[in-house]
Every structure is written in C-alpha cells, then in structure tokens.
Design a protein around this ligand. Structure first.
Ligand code: ARG
Length: 454
C-alpha cells in the first residue's frame, strides 16, 4: 500500500506505478535509510513524540530488518513498494504494528531521501578514494620496476624527444593525485545533514539538528530547508569528479593500447587482462583497456544527464530529482571497476626495453639536442633550429640518424660543429640534460618517485 492513500479514491494505474516507483533503483539505499531512521527515532524521542521504550522497540525492529534484507535485494524489490522509504516503513509496520506508523512524524521523504543519498555518497566516495590510492600504488610500483626504460615521448603522436618510462608513469600519478584531492574536496561539501528539514519548510518539532547530524556522522546540519531538499550538487560533483578521472583513465588506456600495438610493440600485457580473437589465433587484444576507454562515455553521459535534469527545476523538491540515482549508481560502479581493472593491468605490465629504446633512437628525437649544441657554440636558437631542419631533411633523404653523419658532412651545415657533437646526440645525453625539476632525467625521475613514496 502506498504511503499517501488517504486523499485518493482510485488506485494508481499499473503503468503509472511502473513509471513512478523507484524501488528497483533505490533499494541500494537500504542501509542508509535504516541508519537514518534509527537516528530519526532518537530525534523525535527527544521532542516527546515517542517514549524511550517505543524508540527502543522501533530501533530494534529496524536493526532486525537490516540484517534480514541487507544482502537480499531481490527480497526488497519483490515487495513491490513504491520506494526504499516506503519499503522500510511498511516492513516496520509489519513487525511492530501501529507503533511503526509513528516513525515518519515530522519527517518527509524529501529530507529522508536527501539524507540517504548523502550518506551513500560519503560511504561510496570513501571506497573510491581507497581505489584511487590503490591505482596510484600500482603505478608507483610500475615506475619503480621500469623507471629507466627509455622510450620516445610524443607530441601530435610523432616521436618528439626521448623520455624515461618512469616519467610517463608519474605523469599519470599526478593526474590521479588531482582526482584524489578533487574527490576529497567534494566529500567535504557533501558532509552536511539534511535530516530535520521536512518536506521543504523545516520540521515543526523543536529538535537539535546539530546533534542529529552528529549522530549520523555528518560534520554538521544543512542550513536552509528549501535548499536542502532540492540540492543535488553532491551527485553532480561526484559525476563530474568521476568524469575527469575517467578521462585520465581513458587517456592512460589509449596510450597503453598504442604501446601494445604491433606497430609500437613497447609493452607486453598480462594474459589475465587480454583476450584472444575467435578467428585470428595470433591476436592478444587489450580488451580491459578498451573497455576502460569505452566506459568513459557512459560516465560523461550521466553527468550531462543529471545536469540537464536539474537545470531549471524550481525550488524545492520535484519528482524529476528521482532521476538522480540511476546515473550516479552507474557512475560510481563504472568508475570503481575501471580503477580496479587499471591497477590489475598495470601490475602485470612489462616493458619491451629493446623496442622502446630503438624507437627512441629513430625519428630524429635528438634534433633538439643538435640545436642546443649549436646554441652552446654561439649560434642564436632560431638559426640553429633552421640549420638542424636542413640536417634532418638530408638525414631523411639518406635514411640515417643524425649521429651517423661524418663530422665533415655535419660541418657542411655549420662549421662550428666539432667532434664533441656526438656525445650530445646520444640518448643518454638527451635524457641526462633534462635534470631541472619536472624533467625526464633519470635522477630527476628517481627523485620524483622517492618524493611520492616518502
Ligand atoms: N523516491 C523519491 C526520490 O527518489 C523519494 C522522495 C519522494 N518525495 C516525494 N515528494 N514524492 O526522489
């Protein structure tokens, strides 16, 4: 039976019920709904609505209900209740009779659902933080294993300058650290308790909302009832933080898919996270990484969905807002499984050092070094850039790297070039020079790793 039958003389149509009910989605809030209800029982006891004995009886029944259904979603859904709040209330009435009907005094499903959802966001957010930390640890581990493997760095997907593989790893560590701080920040703002703001205007019972907030583990109560029941910023922020983080995961996946390609051959992915082709026996496909890249789309979709749902909603609660949960749940599920999967992929990843090194040696990745050499000999950089451009054209025509030119041939482009040029053109020298903070010199990458680990 619905919670609101009194004003109605006709039953809902079956189609309306199917359309309106949110239980098939919000059953996931069972724990939060019950925890919130237990705190609410205390709050209304303090203002004289319930006796201490009634309160204890209700709370015992609520705890019992939680143990009965916590890990049995099918039982909850089979009840056919309108939503999780109705389910909890009707189950409570079934357990303790008329006393169960007192619990909703002074409360609305509007402050109730807002409370449930914030509690859920806080719990799920903490789990996501742990998974981000786990991924970061897997990346740091990979950095330590493959720190000084040399590979080409790219701009415009063209080989640009050699970089240490560890430098590539730590670039993503920077991104995931920003994701962590963004999520922590969002969770701080989600940390205020809606309960006790009623349907929209505040509760008519003179309760201590500070104490209520504290009993539910919130930093404090929300401060405006109209805002409280219509605020879904925390949902939007989590979807937004997830979207940015998924963008990072997707870029990392894309880099690795390319590194794993037959064309690059830079890395070997573990059998555990790849699949074969049903037709072509030679194939080992990077499915895990492709799915991470692919799932990014649905996460963005949910962010745009909730932003669009909330846009132009008048104060205060509107049923449109019931649409907030499906997207959020999917976002948090997708984000967490992608973080876990990414960590697993990284833990089994090996670098093919011969391939990365020979790729770094090709493609004239040391051209900048030659220009810097000319600058050191007194040539203005713009002119040096031009001269090296001419050397590269000749090198491409002769199909050889810069360091294979004879000294006399190099001197034909600029007579200030001396024997010492060859030392500058080695990969080791290219890397070693980039020793300033943030650069790819091995000592610098090692220092960056040490700083992350300390
Ligand atoms: N199922 C609803 C939701 O998720 C709960 C709040 C219902 N409130 C109301 N005024 N009908 O938003």
């Amino acid at each position: 039976m619905a919670l609101w039958g009194g004003r109605f003389s006709q039953e809902s149509s079956a189609l309306f019920k199917l359309f309106n009910d949110s239980l098939p989605v919000d059953y996931r809030l069972i724990e939060q709904d019950i925890v919130g209800s237990i705190a609410w029982a205390d709050a209304i006891t303090q203002v004289g609505v319930l006796t201490q004995q009634e309160c204890t009886e209700l709370q015992t029944a609520l705890k019992e209900l939680l143990t009965e259904v916590a890990d049995k979603p099918e039982l909850i859904i089979a009840s056919g209740a309108e939503d999780i709040h109705s389910f909890v209330e009707q189950s409570l009435i079934a357990k303790v009779g008329d006393l169960g009907k007192k619990l909703h005094t002074g409360r609305s499903r509007n402050d109730q659902v807002a409370t449930d959802l914030k509690l859920w966001c806080k719990k799920e957010g903490a789990q996501l933080l742990a998974l981000l930390q786990k991924l970061k640890a897997a990346l740091l581990d990979l950095t330590a294993r493959e720190l000084d493997a040399v590979m080409p760095g790219y701009t415009h997907l063209q080989r640009a300058q050699p970089v240490a593989f560890g430098h590539w790893c730590l670039a993503y560590v920077e991104m995931f650290e920003r994701d962590i701080s963004r999520l922590e920040d969002a969770l701080k703002r989600a940390d205020s308790c809606p309960l006790g703001t009623g349907a929209l205007a505040g509760t008519a019972y003179p309760m201590d909302r500070h104490q209520l907030a504290q009993s539910l583990g919130f930093a404090g109560p929300t401060l405006n009832s109209l805002d409280t029941v219509s605020d879904r910023d925390h949902v939007i922020e989590l979807c937004s933080d997830a979207s940015i983080s998924m963008m990072h995961l997707s870029r990392m996946a894309e880099d690795l898919i390319f590194f794993n390609s037959g064309e690059a051959g830079f890395i070997e992915l573990d059998d555990q996270v790849t699949s074969g082709s049903s037709l072509m026996p030679q194939k080992k496909n990077p499915d895990a990484l492709e799915l991470i890249r692919g799932k990014t789309g649905r996460v963005y979709g949910s962010l745009v969905g909730i932003l669009t749902t909330m846009k132009a909603l008048p104060l205060a609660y509107n049923k449109d807002m019931q649409e907030d949960k499906e997207g959020l749940f999917d976002v948090m599920d997708s984000w967490s499984i992608c973080l876990e999967m990414a960590a697993l992929v990284l833990s089994g990843l090996k670098v093919n050092r011969d391939n990365t090194l020979s790729a770094a040696q090709q493609g004239y990745a040391n051209s900048t070094e030659l220009a810097d050499y000319l600058v050191a000999k007194g040539m203005p950089f713009r002119e040096a850039h031009h001269v090296v451009g001419e050397v590269v054209v000749a090198a491409i025509a002769q199909k050889k790297p810069l360091e294979e030119f004879a000294l006399a041939d190099l001197q034909a482009f600029a007579d200030i070039i001396g024997e010492d040029v060859y030392a500058c053109l080695t990969i080791e020298s290219c890397l070693a020079k980039r020793e300033a903070l943030g650069g790819t010199a091995i000592v610098q990458v090692q220092a960056a790793l040490d700083a992350k680990l300390s």
